[in-house]
Design a protein around this ligand. Structure first.
Ligand code: FSO
Ligand code: SF4
Length: 552
């Protein structure tokens, strides 16, 4: 039996990846293990939510669930060994929390427990057989509940990712753990009605907002508020390290450890916004950004020549020609690629192996020159508020167009470049996430000194865009966020974009255009609910969408 996975936008044929390997390059056996791990997380949560009622809060368990969910996000971890070990760990943690609960006087009716809480493999053959059997089957009484469970679970994965980044900086909120585990248990409850499952999806949106707010607080309190920055996209003639992904803690420690070594540091893809943080600007060897969105990495990593470190997704299975220059860390993994292990609590991670390798390698090949602008997160935009409000009042700015989300390799994504180019001159693009690489190097000009592309940062910084919208609503004394001159044209790829989407829906944003295609995991009825209740629409042609969104 092969795999079944439909969690990302590139699901084969717009339906699901079903062969021996996914479009992303993940092998069937890895997807089997990922799904078995999620299966066991539900079992662990059955005990941990009961234990919580008795006042038991297990930090190690909470962290394990968070990191496990993060690892199953598209393009994060391709290692069979990692997931095998995590499955063993999950079985152990499940036993421990069950014992803790019973020892504290908790009661269980073993016969009524869900299979995720009771299944124990006798040996590896049985484990493999189970993994294959449950793969891709989000158990549910019907298609609509399955679709709603998928929508919530994928949002939960992104939420876990944001929570994990915040935790790396010492910012925690056990309410998020409580919700994650409650949701995991809900996916085993066939008694819940469609309406109750819709409510769970909305609650996932609420906690997604909370997770993004927590990460925003963690990032800005640790490194300052992003500020307007002109980021160099050319190269220098020193050996170098390219850092990709979203983890700012790794960015900080790498900059610290490379200081004075003669090795330069460049950001890649979703790490570009690190350039906007005041705390990182003091390093002279922090040169700028190299390359574009994640999916171009095969070509760009080749040309970079130096050492490369992936702190989160998106990793594309590396080519042999540069595989020995790639390192993973945190929740990222790929069999045969060196992994930088987590530091002991309170200590810095050790990047020495990356630095020593970089020193032996040639400087990057120049692929671009010039610079790009960014750093328009909430505080920076608030500082420009008078200018922005004036421009809206005088009609110099007629529309804000939120074009946040992800980029991907699908040909149809040219739509976003064409759309940005076709927008009228009196519109401003608000962006966040790797979707921006489709238009952040175009010369779209400015409106009275306000650039026409305002980049807030990483995908999680979509939270900033929400704060900006709420501020405008307040200034213009509007009742409803949808009365603002803002339209939404969101591009999605993996599960963090689902998190952002659910957050926007929870906040009451309506009429979002979503592309390049609607998620394969939406059943016709669930898609109908999203269309009827929230006005979500698939993208169409550039001309048609400009007419509907801007001129309509
Ligand atoms: Fe992109 Fe990948 Fe940030 Fe995602 S690099 S696609 S939504 O991981 O997380 O925007
Ligand atoms: Fe396919 Fe996406 Fe799943 Fe990869 S993550 S197997 S591309 S649906």
């Amino acid at each position: 039996m092969s795999m079944f996975c439909y969690q990302c936008q590139e699901a084969a044929g717009g339906i699901a990846c079903m062969g021996k390997m996914g479009v992303c390059g993940v092998k069937d056996e890895v997807i089997h293990y990922q799904d078995l791990l999620v299966h066991l997380l539900k079992g662990i949560s059955i005990y941990s939510t009961k234990a919580r009622e008795l006042g038991i809060e297990d930090e190690e368990l909470n962290e394990f669930i968070t990191k496990s969910l993060f690892k199953t996000i598209t393009n994060a971890n391709f290692s069979k060994e990692v997931f095998y070990n995590d499955i063993q760990k999950a079985l152990k943690i499940r036993d421990e929390i069950k014992k803790e609960y019973l020892d504290a006087g908790g009661k269980l009716n073993e016969k009524e427990l869900h299979a995720t809480a009771t299944w124990i493999p006798e040996n590896d053959e049985e484990l493999d057989a189970k993994a294959e059997q449950i793969c891709g089957r989000i158990d549910a009484p019907n298609e609509d509940v399955r679709s709603l469970r998928a929508l919530s679970l994928y949002g939960l994965k992104g939420l876990a990712a944001y929570k994990d980044h915040a935790a790396a900086l010492g910012f925690k909120d056990t309410n998020l753990d409580m919700f994650i585990q409650k949701a995991l248990v809900s996916y085993t409850n066939d008694e819940l009605t469609v309406e109750e499952n819709i409510a769970l999806v909305m609650e996932t949106g609420k906690f997604s907002v909370d997770a993004m707010a927590l990460l925003d607080k963690a990032n800005t309190e640790s490194y300052g508020h992003p500020e307007i920055t002109e980021v160099n996209i050319g190269v220098r003639n020193n050996p170098a390290i390219l850092i990709s992904g979203h983890d700012l803690k790794d960015m900080e420690e790498l900059l610290e450890q490379t200081d004075g070594t003669g090795v330069d540091v460049y950001t890649h893809s979703e790490m570009l916004p690190a350039n906007y943080y005041p705390a990182f600007k003091k390093y002279d060897h922090f040169v700028g950004n190299y390359g574009n969105a994640w999916w171009k990495q095969k070509e760009e990593f080749e040309k970079f020549n130096g050492a490369i470190i992936l702190t989160t997704n998106c990793l594309v299975p590396p080519k042999d020609s540069y595989k020995d220059r790639v390192f993973t860390t945190n929740n990222v993994g790929f069999d045969g690629v060196k992994h930088i292990i987590d530091a002991e609590k309170g200590k810095a991670k050790d990047f020495l192996a990356v630095i020593e390798l970089a020193k032996t390698l040639p400087a990057p090949t120049e692929i671009e020159t010039s610079s790009i602008m960014g750093g328009f997160a909430h505080e920076q935009v608030f500082a420009l508020a008078d200018k922005v409000i004036d421009a809206v009042k005088t009609g110099a700015i007629k529309k804000f167009v939120v074009m946040a989300g992800c980029d991907g390799r699908q040909k149809g994504r040219n739509y976003y470049t064409d759309f940005a180019e076709a927008l009228p001159q009196d519109s401003v693009i608000l962006t966040a996430g790797c979707a921006k690489f489709r238009y952040n190097k175009l010369d779209l000009g400015d409106i009275g000194g306000i650039p026409r592309v305002l980049d807030a940062g990483q995908c999680n910084d979509s939270y900033s865009l929400v704060l900006i919208a709420l501020k405008l609503k307040e200034v213009f004394e509007l009742e409803d966020i949808n009365d603002l001159p803002i339209v939404y044209n969101i591009a999605w790829y993996e599960q963090k974009a689902v998190t952002v989407l659910l957050a926007l829906l929870y906040l009451g944003v309506k009429d979002i255009h979503l592309g390049p295609t609607l998620p394969a995991f939406l059943s016709p009825n669930v898609a109908k609910v999203l269309v009827e209740n929230f006005g979500i629409k698939p993208i169409g042609t550039v001309e048609g969408d400009i007419e509907k969104m801007i001129e309509g």
